[in-house]
Design a binder for this molecule. Sequence first.
Ligand SMILES: C[S@@+](CC[C@H](N)C(=O)[O-])C[C@H]1O[C@@H](n2cnc3c(N)ncnc32)[C@H](O)[C@@H]1O
Length: 289
Amino acid sequence: MKDYRHIKKRIDRYLRFNFYRTDGLISRLDALIFRELVTGQVKQGVRGSLVEIGVHYGRSFFLLALGRSGSEKALAVDLFEDDALHTNREGIGRFGGFRNNCRKYRFDFSDAEILKSSSLEISAEEILGRVGEVRFFSIDGGHTYEHVANDLRLAEKVLTRDGVICLDDMFSALWPEVAIATFDWLRAADNRFVPFLATKEKLYLCDSDYASFYLAMMRDDEELNSRVFRSISLLSHEAIVLLPSLTSKVIDRAIASLFSIGRLAKIARSGNETQGPSTPLLQTLPTKK
Ligand SMILES: C[S@@+](CC[C@H](N)C(=O)[O-])C[C@H]1O[C@@H](n2cnc3c(N)ncnc32)[C@H](O)[C@@H]1O
């Protein structure tokens, strides 16, 4: 119980500052849901490691890493290969940026916890060998049918009976194959998984025996309850839909803009100091994948 409170505090500290400083795509609402799920699991005695495929600069992965309790481990899987091709506004590629963030936020990951590889190249045995069975598996890597089907199969093989799988971009018009692969997998014969929660971007799944356990966990949370909340039927299973309230959307945008302005000002200052080419203050947003 003490551990659960301590973990929640740690995640809240990250959510107040470093979450906004970290380039990334997970929304504030999904970040709060990650916090509730990983801390709720600890509170209820669900044990295992926390894994993400598709880490980028670590924005969502750090939430999982902060959720580790006792000897639990986290695992970051990403290609991390396109440092030369993909850079953020500070001109830093994914691997460099992720490692910088780990240093800045004082994460001390073991070699086993960072896997620079395509998820298509890894096996369930490799994940189990590195971090053991998994209680939270976030899938946010390649968004084609092949990638999502592969990543779901990996998750299914390493997840504890009472664990959670989270899928990104499930409802995006840009990535329709994510939903096709997921529904094919869900409908496959003797698939034991059911959805229990959906947001604008993500779908959360668990073993059908644990659906009421996770539904109750989400309903009991006061902060999440204040968001727009509806219950739907998805493949004949009850699922909650959470959307950010207008007030929370405005507040989140305002805070994110403040941090963004701060970062841009820092970049502009360092450009002036080094007399190098200055970074344009107005840049197009990076494309998603
Ligand atoms: C949308 S970003 C992840 C965003 C991150 N989860 C967040 O919320 O900030 C997608 C990531 O998936 C990685 N990726 C793409 N294909 C992959 C693959 N086959 N295996 C592992 N990672 C992959 C990319 O390198 C990229 O960092």
